[in-house]
Design a protein around this ligand. Structure first.
Ligand SMILES: *[C@@H]1O[C@H](CO)[C@@H](O)[C@H](O)[C@H]1NC(C)=O
Ligand SMILES: *[C@@H]1O[C@H](CO)[C@@H](O)[C@H](O)[C@H]1NC(C)=O
Ligand SMILES: *[C@@H]1O[C@H](CO)[C@@H](O)[C@H](O)[C@H]1NC(C)=O
Ligand SMILES: *[C@@H]1O[C@H](CO)[C@@H](O)[C@H](O)[C@H]1NC(C)=O
Ligand SMILES: *[C@@H]1O[C@H](CO)[C@@H](O)[C@H](O)[C@H]1NC(C)=O
Ligand SMILES: *[C@@H]1O[C@H](CO)[C@@H](O)[C@H](O)[C@H]1NC(C)=O
Ligand SMILES: *[C@@H]1O[C@H](CO)[C@@H](O)[C@H](O)[C@H]1NC(C)=O
Length: 647
């Protein structure tokens, strides 16, 4: 009798203990349960709370059904169901009464599902502390697990069987299928490939070279070791051998968007500078050891896109860059490669054009597999001249008295200390005048904006801020259509949306004035006028008539040294002023900068010295002409280049 009570008690305890598989605690997700994107539903978490299953928002593009590290601020995603087909608010995932996980989009269309396993067998689902989401059967066996359908990441205890693969994401925050994959082939070889697309072909750039070993498994064990295991139990080809303690660290192995397979650790307990770091102990921390050199094939663009080159940085990560005379096809996706910024040599009149070109040196650089002519026993100068006078030559590389001439659409570009070639890039000479103008602009591009209260000049008008902001490189500002003009004031009345578009979402802040920040933008009119948009944050509560009066006052003012008001926006709580954007540098820089004018000059400015204004106007006009010309040239070049790429 005495024994019965504790026995009973223990029995109940046992019943209450979470069910487990592989020693893992379960928190049941019962059949019929669902989660809706952006509805406030809590994700399904693992018992420890370290992993969660649910919807993650991906920028503005939509929602990803995912599993992530739930206790770190980054919410790093380790698995996802619909990486190529994001859903929107209102989409829903359900563990159906059949025991299937089904993801429907906002309109109820089925996007993704786990296989149908027979309704009677499924019992519940659970997010485990290993990061594995399982659907368990009546007997507790796993019928389906996320570990068997990896995306780009492996977690400790997650193994890869023959045929299993990881596909890199497209970019760091774009989870679509990317450009690289890791696969454990059925022949036992663990291989990394570039993924074929219309411009490139599939090439293997790293492998364990372990074929004829069918039955191999890639093991990722709890102490951070990763290796191939033969069916007879022999350990072969270690990939990672960095002993770590999972008690203190989160651990994952991910094929990143740059094609490198890395092992990362993250301290579990709060300590300064928490972040994902590459596992720090013994080698290797990532493979291949130098991706820039590893991807170099006669077909394909190399580790980076065509016409670009790859360089490993101090952080051991590759970066893609454009050689002199080239620029990125897409600033937001540098892996797409570069395009030539100048007009190619005219093959009809090569000799006439030779003088228009020059060579820019790039040390330790090569563009393998694109040569069409090779010359031995020559010197560097001969190599330069040979490329300059040959209209087909885009770059020559010189090494050890040998000259390789290469044609356009350069591939496999790489700069590395281990390369002894010198690349001689042929570029069109820049027009001296233009160059000077551009240098000037570049100098001023460190976004200077000064807002001097103009109240000194015009009574107590709080709006009158002299805005001398200045010009720089034209960037990604979007363009909005020309708007109607308010006749009596010659001021444009913009909508908030238009200004948002013109400034690319208030992206480039020029400076901050007493009443709020000032942003750069571009109007959609013929001249694509560059503007400075000032948000009047402090004016939100100001009355309607007061605002209008102020705008009128400024609109009529035409002080020579004040920036012209172009228009305004008065919409709900949004109050914005739109000024012309000038290119003569900030007034503060002018007055207080290196070449500070003397007092006489300052007086001249203050007293509207006419000549100064005239010069300024001329400069603006010149600038506008130059910009217009440049835009036209760029358009032409782009058209030309697009034609070329398609060929
Ligand atoms: C989980 O679900 C199964 C099947 O419905 C049930 O037998 C078990 O008691 C549940 N476990 C927990 C911890 O709720
Ligand atoms: C990710 O990149 C792909 C390929 O360029 C593109 O089609 C897709 O729209 C991008 N997704 C997001 C969310 O930006
Ligand atoms: C994405 O889902 C929609 C349904 O919402 C479907 O029509 C479409 O084919 C899917 N696209 C891909 C690439 O799977
Ligand atoms: C692999 O197996 C094939 C045939 O099964 C054989 O011809 C080949 O020599 C083997 N290679 C190695 C490296 O053992
Ligand atoms: C992981 O593998 C390594 C190398 O085989 C071994 O030394 C270690 O004990 C393993 N750890 C666990 C937890 O199995
Ligand atoms: C196990 O298999 C591997 C590769 O298939 C082989 O090299 C090794 O000799 C085998 N070991 C034993 C003990 O059979
Ligand atoms: C350089 O540009 C200026 C102004 O754009 C033009 O007048 C001049 O002819 C150009 N010079 C050459 C050599 O192209």
């Amino acid at each position: 009798m005495n024994l019965q009570l504790p026995y009973c008690f223990c029995f109940f305890l046992l019943l209450q203990l979470p069910f487990s598989t592989n020693g893992q605690a379960y928190k049941n997700v019962s059949l019929g349960t669902s989660l809706t994107a952006a509805s406030g539903d809590l994700p399904w978490t693992s018992p420890s709370g370290e992993f969660a299953f649910g919807f993650q928002q991906v920028s503005d593009a939509g929602y990803l059904l995912a599993i992530w590290f739930n206790k770190i601020p980054e919410r790093t995603i380790v698995w996802s169901a619909n990486r190529n087909n994001l859903t929107q608010r209102g989409s829903k995932v359900q563990l159906t009464s059949d025991g299937q996980l089904v993801l429907n989009d906002q309109s109820g269309t089925r996007i993704w599902t786990t296989p149908y396993l027979g309704g009677s067998r499924a019992a519940y689902g659970a997010m485990l502390d290993t990061g594995n989401f399982v659907q368990a059967g009546q007997a507790g066996a796993d019928l389906w697990k996320s570990f068997d359908q990896p995306t780009d990441t492996l977690l400790p205890t997650q193994n890869l069987n023959a045929g299993g693969e990881l596909i890199a994401p497209y970019l760091e925050k774009n989870y679509s299928d990317g450009r690289f994959k890791l696969i454990l082939q059925r022949d036992g070889n663990l291989v990394m490939y570039t993924i074929a697309n219309p411009l490139t072909t599939s090439n293997a750039y790293w492998s364990t070279q372990s074929s004829n070993g069918s039955g191999y498994q890639l093991i990722f064990n709890q102490s951070g070791y990763m290796y191939l295991l033969a069916s007879n139990g022999t350990i072969l080809n270690p990939v990672f051998s960095n002993p770590v303690s999972l008690q203190d660290l989160y651990l994952r192995a991910t094929i990143d968007y740059d094609g490198v397979f890395r092992q990362y650790v993250y301290p579990k307990t709060a300590s300064s500078g928490r972040r994902w770091a590459m596992a720090w102990t013994t080698l290797p921390k990532f493979v291949p050891s130098n991706i820039c050199l590893a991807i170099s094939f006669p077909s394909g663009s190399g580790a980076c896109g065509f016409n670009s080159y790859c360089k490993i940085g101090d952080d051991q990560r590759p970066s893609c860059r454009c050689p002199p005379g080239y620029t990125f096809v897409d600033q937001n996706d540098v892996w797409k490669g570069c395009i030539q910024m100048f007009i190619s040599q005219d093959c009809g009149h090569p000799s006439q054009e030779t003088d228009s070109f020059e060579i820019e040196d790039m040390l330790n650089t090569n563009f393998p597999h694109t040569d069409y002519e090779i010359y031995g026993s020559v010197d560097e100068d001969w190599c330069r001249q040979s490329c300059l006078s040959d209209c087909y030559c885009a770059v020559a590389t010189f090494m050890d008295r040998t000259c390789w001439k290469k044609r356009g659409r350069l591939s496999n570009g790489v700069t590395d200390p281990g390369i002894s070639d010198k690349a001689l890039m042929k570029v069109r000479k820049r027009n001296r005048t233009e160059e000077l103008a551009q240098k000037k602009c570049a100098k001023k591009s460190d976004r200077s904006a000064l807002i001097i209260s103009g109240s000194v000049l015009l009574g107590s008008s709080i709006f009158l801020n002299v805005l001398y902001v200045f010009f720089t490189n034209r960037q990604k500002q979007k363009v909005i259509p020309q708007h109607h003009v308010m006749r009596d004031m010659n001021l444009q009345n913009f909508t908030y949306n238009e200004l948002e578009t013109a400034t690319g979402g208030f992206d480039e802040e020029l400076g901050r004035g007493a009443f709020g920040p000032v942003y750069k933008g571009v109007l959609g009119d013929e001249d694509q006028q560059i503007i400075a948009v000032k948000k009047l944050e402090k004016m939100a509560g100001e009355g309607e008539t007061e605002f209008k009066t102020e705008v009128k006052v400024i609109g009529r003012t035409n002080h020579k040294n004040l920036v012209q008001l172009v228009g305004f926006c008065n919409e709900g709580q949004h109050r914005l002023l739109v000024y012309e954007y000038m290119s003569s540098g900030s007034l503060s820089n002018y007055i207080f900068g290196d070449s500070r004018p003397n007092w006489h000059r300052r007086m001249q400015i203050a007293f509207e010295e006419k000549r100064l204004r005239q010069e300024e106007l001329e400069r603006h006009a010149e600038e506008a002409r130059r910009r217009k010309k440049e835009r036209e040239k760029e358009k032409l070049l782009k058209k030309k280049q697009e034609g070329k790429l398609l060929r």
